[in-house]
Write a protein that binds this ligand. Structure first.
Ligand SMILES: C[S@@+](CC[C@H](N)C(=O)[O-])C[C@H]1O[C@@H](n2cnc3c(N)ncnc32)[C@H](O)[C@@H]1O
Length: 398
């Protein structure tokens, strides 16, 4: 893996709120069917230039902190408890800083570098080719038909040769392009898991984001609480890309019990942190599009800041639809909004292949999957996006 690859990973780490490095080909991915509906690539300006990682700015640092516990409210907090909270925060921050060698940003990058170096040569080659292909695809998606027609034939031939070589290497070990996408996802999230979990345990969610997360969690909680199984009230929900268990306190706050929550995440390090933080919740480490299976069905499924990390958004929605029970709700949330995700896509098309699906796209996909779009998400560039973030709610037919 070249230095260039490594440098590309940093910007995304700090823009966003994963395990064995040897991926097994998942049966589902091996037999993957073509997407149900084609999601159009986002037509956003894109630069192919490779930039050195920027120093994390204040906004990055805030996002890196993730969602954490709200501060103790004024009534219950005495000066003494404030002091002890601050002391605890400082201790946790210091401990995690040390674990990352004195600087979390640099330490995270070092963990990533180490994991990349430890990849078997074949996988490293796949990851490298995948990066080139993803950048090329992102570049193409920004071009008008006229500009596409005027691309140099040598440039197009090189890109096609890279794609052919990627597919050849993947097929040698029974991988799909999705498996190739997941390599860097896994490495990146594994590397940042400890820092994110520690920061979340002492940080807090800004009010405006808290409201957006609450709104989404209420939908899931209501769906779980009103569900009936074997004549008894109460169902279960799935948190896809659950990270270190961010949504557990949010869902339990609205009456879902830990035993009703299942979280799945590609990053085993995220899942280890989640298990350490929350008892009674089922956390599964694995690829949602691959090895993840469940035969009980869910009454609510939420993707919180996670849908855009999947290699194929449409297949992610199709799998979730299949796991959803009749009348169950699927919630797609990105509290920071679709413009934020588009920024991540532009900064790193390798990790974030595209932006979030528009209302129109969801309607088309919904029809094919038997889902009704009951709350349309904000459109890219709309004031609704900056006011509310991205929230889509789909209901499965009875
Ligand atoms: C931005 S984080 C969001 C974590 C959490 N939902 C939150 O809001 O804090 C995205 C998460 O999706 C996970 N992820 C990415 N691809 C995945 C996949 N194919 N299957 C399951 N989880 C995945 C990553 O490991 C990461 O923990």
């Amino acid at each position: 893996m070249t230095r260039v690859n490594i440098l590309l990973l940093v910007p995304l780490l700090f823009l966003e709120t994963a395990a064995a490095l040897t991926l097994r080909p998942s049966p589902l991915q091996q037999n993957s069917k073509p997407s149900l509906a084609l999601l159009t690539p986002n037509n956003q300006p894109y630069s192919t230039s490779i930039l050195s990682p920027k120093r994390p700015c204040r906004r990055h640092t805030q996002l890196f902190a993730g969602f954490g516990k709200p501060p103790a409210n004024d009534k219950s907090s005495s000066k003494k408890s404030n002091k002890s909270t601050t002391k605890k925060k400082l201790q946790v921050q210091e401990r995690i800083k040390q674990a990352y060698g004195g600087d979390i940003a640099r330490g995270t990058q070092e963990r990533i570098n180490k994991a990349i170096t430890a990849l078997p040569p074949h996988e490293r080659s796949i990851a490298d080719l995948y990066r080139k292909v993803a950048q090329w695809d992102a570049h193409l998606s920004t071009l008008s038909p006229e500009r596409t027609a005027h691309l140099k034939s040598q440039e197009v031939a090189n890109a096609e040769a890279t794609r052919t070589e990627l597919m050849r290497l993947c097929s040698e070990i029974g991988w799909t392009e999705g498996d190739a996408h997941n390599v860097m996802q896994r490495i990146t999230w594994d590397a940042s898991a400890d820092a994110k979990a520690a920061k979340a345990s002492v940080g807090f969610m800004p009010d405006h984001l808290q409201k957006r997360v609450d709104r989404a969690c209420v939908v899931i909680a209501d769906s779980v609480k009103s569900a009936k199984r074997d004549g008894k009230r109460g169902g279960r929900c799935l948190d896809v890309g659950c990270g270190h268990g961010t949504l557990v306190p949010e869902l339990t706050k609205f009456g879902v019990s830990p035993g009703q929550i299942v979280g799945v995440d590609l990053s085993s390090e995220m899942v280890r942190n989640a298990r350490e933080r929350y008892r009674g919740v089922t956390f599964v480490a694995g690829d949602f599009l691959g090895e993840y299976e469940d035969d009980g069905g869910f009454d609510g499924i939420i993707f919180c800041s996670a849908l855009h990390d999947l290699p194929d958004v449409t297949r992610g929605l199709a799998k979730a639809a299949a796991l959803l029970r009749p009348e169950g709700k699927m919630v797609l949330l990105h509290a920071q909004g679709c413009a934020h995700v588009m920024g991540q896509h532009k900064a790193n098309p390798v990790l974030v292949k595209r932006g979030l699906p528009s209302a129109k796209e969801l309607e088309v996909i919904g029809v094919e999957l038997g889902l009704e779009l009951i709350h349309a998400p904000a459109e890219l560039g709309s004031t609704k996006d900056s006011d509310e973030g991205y929230l889509a709610i789909l209901r499965k037919a009875a």
